[in-house]
Design a protein around this ligand. Structure first.
Ligand code: OSB
Ligand code: MG
Length: 373
């Protein structure tokens, strides 16, 4: 496809509530959007890199730099025909997967429009609706957390995930389990524990958790395998799964029994599909993770989560849980039964509110083809 121009935008968006994990608090997001103009169509991508490099090595500024100076010019010079060709074109740049994903996903978004098919079906999606869970940040107090859980269960969400860290774990799980004995409950440590905590982590087995997500180092699966042998609760890996090879290695050495797939973390739709396929082959269920996305990232997550091995409720939830006003129309909504309907319309199925995007844009960069005809 002939790419006319690629635009990068920096948006500032205030979260409805601050979100606290074991690595810090986020109140405002700087959202990096990629806009690819080609043959009269516009493909959109959203970069999931956070403000600071606390979840992974990437952050907003590194992603912006890589996109502006390396990735977008490289893609323009090579004119991919479809989303699936992007990883090879961008492979000379090592790492920087969240930056790559934003660009590659914009091409898939464009391709779905060009082909007149839904993004979900272009990716190989088979599910009409995706089951939803929520990820609840660390709160000031347990009673405050209990109120939030009550609200989210009433809204229909099918799985509650609690962010945890030393000092905000077993006491919390115990109170929550006591109040709601039957709910699907899990926790996410974002690498807050170490080997000295193995005995403590084994006590999580008392709470019938669906999984414990990324208890140890962000880049590890060897020690997670040691831990998995010593606890009954299934480990789910998030941070340490960067690609299909990581997934396969983690499955082979039994580091986890569940995997969370995030588009940005694995570098885009192509690699996400490869991770999905190998987990399905090996009988390891997956779910779609979230990175506090605005509407475009959320729409892409929904399309991804329609693939057949996404059998567990994911972290993709309603726009209004994060934003007063989302940048897409309609906003993402969740049914009383805790599901999001997968759009069937051509493309991503959610229109971009360009006026609002323009209003929220703090900075814009243009990458134009240097090839003259
Ligand atoms: O580990 O899943 C995570 C948010 C920011 C960084 C990392 C994570 C999260 C979440 C929130 O858990 C998921 C969401 O977008 O709802
Ligand atoms: Mg996680």
């Amino acid at each position: 496809m002939k790419i006319d121009a690629i635009y990068l935008r920096e948006l500032e968006m205030q979260l409805v509530h601050p979100f606290e994990t074991s690595f810090g608090v986020t109140s405002k997001r700087r959202i990096l959007l990629v806009e690819v103009h080609s043959e009269g169509l516009i493909g959109w991508g959203e970069c999931t890199a956070a403000e600071h490099p606390h979840f992974s090595e990437e952050c907003f500024a590194t992603a912006w730099y890589m996109l502006e100076h390396e990735l977008a010019p490289m893609l323009m010079a090579n004119e991919p025909d479809n989303g699936g060709e992007c990883p090879k074109i961008l492979s000379r740049v090592r790492g920087n997967r969240m930056a790559k994903a934003a660009l590659e996903n914009a091409i898939w978004d464009l391709e779905a429009q060009r082909e007149g098919v839904s993004l979900s079906s272009l990716l190989g999606g088979t599910q009409d609706a995706i089951p939803c869970g929520v990820s609840l940040g660390i709160q000031k107090s347990i009673p405050e957390l209990m109120k939030i859980i009550e609200t989210e269960l009433a809204a229909g969400y099918r799985r509650i995930k609690l962010k945890c860290k030393p000092g905000w774990d077993v006491e919390v799980f115990s109170k929550v389990r006591h109040q709601w004995p039957g709910i699907m409950l899990s926790c996410d440590a974002n690498s807050a524990y170490r080997m000295r905590d193995f005995k403590h982590l084994a006590t999580f087995d008392n709470f019938d958790l669906l999984m414990i997500e990324q208890p140890l180092w962000h880049d590890d699966y060897f020690f997670h395998s040691m831990l998995q042998k010593q606890i009954k609760t299934s480990i789910c890996l998030d941070e340490s799964i960067r690609n299909r090879r990581d997934a396969l290695a983690a499955i082979e050495i039994e580091s986890c029994r569940i995997i969370n797939i995030k588009l940005g973390r694995v570098g885009g739709f192509s690699e996400a599909i490869r991770v999905h396929n190998i987990t399905m082959e090996r009988g390891i269920p997956v779910w779609c993770g979230g990175m506090l996305e605005a509407g475009i990232g959320r729409a892409h997550n929904i399309a991804l989560a329609s693939l057949p091995n996404f059998t567990l409720p994911g972290d993709v939830s309603a726009s209004k849980r994060y934003w007063k006003e989302d940048i897409i129309e309609p906003e993402v909504t969740v049914t009383k039964g805790g599901e999001i309907a997968v759009p069937k319309a051509p493309g991503r199925g959610f229109a971009v509110r360009t006026d609002l995007v323009e209003k929220l844009t703090l900075r814009k960069a243009t990458i134009q083809s240097t090839v003259t005809v």
